[in-house]
Write a protein that binds this ligand. Sequence first.
Ligand code: 5AD
Ligand code: SF4
Length: 450
Amino acid sequence: MNVYDSERMADILSPHGYSLADQPDEADLVILNTCHIREKAAEKVYSELGRMRRTQQARRAQGSDMTIAVAGCVAQAEGSEIIRRAPVVDMVFGPQTYHRLPEMLAQLDREGARRKIVETDFPVEEKFDTLNSAGNHGGVTAFLTVQEGCDKFCTYCVVPYTRGAEFSRPVPDVLAEARRLAGAGVREITLLGQNVNAYHGEAADGRNWSLGRLIREIAGISGIERIRYTTSYPSEMDRDLISAHAEVPQLMPYLHLPVQSGSDRVLEAMNRRHTAAEYLALVEQIRAARPDIALSSDFIVGFPGENQRDFEATMELVANVGFAQAYSFKYSARPGTPAAAMPYQIDEAEKSDRLQILQQLLNEQQQAFNAACVGQDFDILFEKPGRGAGQIVGRSPYLQPVHIEGTADLIGNITQVRITAHSANSLSGTRVVDRDATPLDSTRQAGARA
Ligand code: 5AD
Ligand code: SF4
């Protein structure tokens, strides 16, 4: 979502004479878009600001200047504290204020060094009225935010505080943005939201549409050949969304469905509103709808009070499900969240041990999944030139990067590839050429050129 938000900031500033600089030292304005989810991410902001300060000094020595701004969830959570810790910062603004960016910059221009700007309001609806994706910055895949914020209040998580309450963008806005993206050559859209499957945007008929309904409609947009959505909350996977996986061919057979822990005791302390058994039953339903679906998940180890047995329950859940990919983290106490004040915080060494054990199993599962892809034919959407000469890179339905020997004219095309090898994080293969070109292929090529 931060990638999407950064693109929207670039879009909104472009009519005001700003364009993207390749390097920070070429920039009149630097915006650090920040993440507050774990302490490590939040602390990175200050080391980055130290670097920015030196860049600013170098620019000043050459007679130019540089405005430094901090956006995103660290800005929202820490506000003016950022300026206190790093006086080099001129502007701090939270995720719900990006549409006001031109106004804030104009104000800074007027008032100069006399004032710093701190904006941390929550006018979400107004934001989405102004911020729209102007194009797709040349890519064949794009993100599209349909939902923002979270009302779930997992006890470890800052998102409900930094991004605010759940908000669904109205259906007509989402469809207009999807059509614009399709017109600009985008072939794959990833619908975004902190709780994307809690989507309930208002449609033109005054009714609220679920995510499943929205996906079916987007699948009807000419040019959109792949749809994904992330991130989902287990108990919000409704029947309609699950059946969309069976019925909508554009919906990719890959789902990120965070579970966090396999222990009911820990899940309850996390306020996760689902048990391990409910998660497993859900996975079964999803697999019944779409047998070739691959799953990915998020895990937290070392949540306060997590004992060895709880951790083993997580290992057992992982062994039961079999994930194609996963993200796992050591619990990080975040200021202001209920879990930060819970007793029985786990020490760092124990968290590291558990993380290592869990990651080993998750890595083995990922390797096994990648290995099982070898010998299969996949439709690959080619996105860009590869690192090696004569190589191009695309994505499989399961989001794995796939390298082949090929020419740039394949970019924007979906092409059948036989997978011949796998490495830790990617696949390689050769094009299956003996397929008749269909009229759809020529449309794709036209889209790619556009
Ligand atoms: N500590 C560790 N991991 C966290 N996450 C969210 N908050 C925390 C925290 N305080 C993880 C969860 C979530 C992912 C985006 O980040 O696993 O799904
Ligand atoms: Fe955070 Fe996700 Fe829980 Fe919301 S559902 S509080 S975003 S972990």
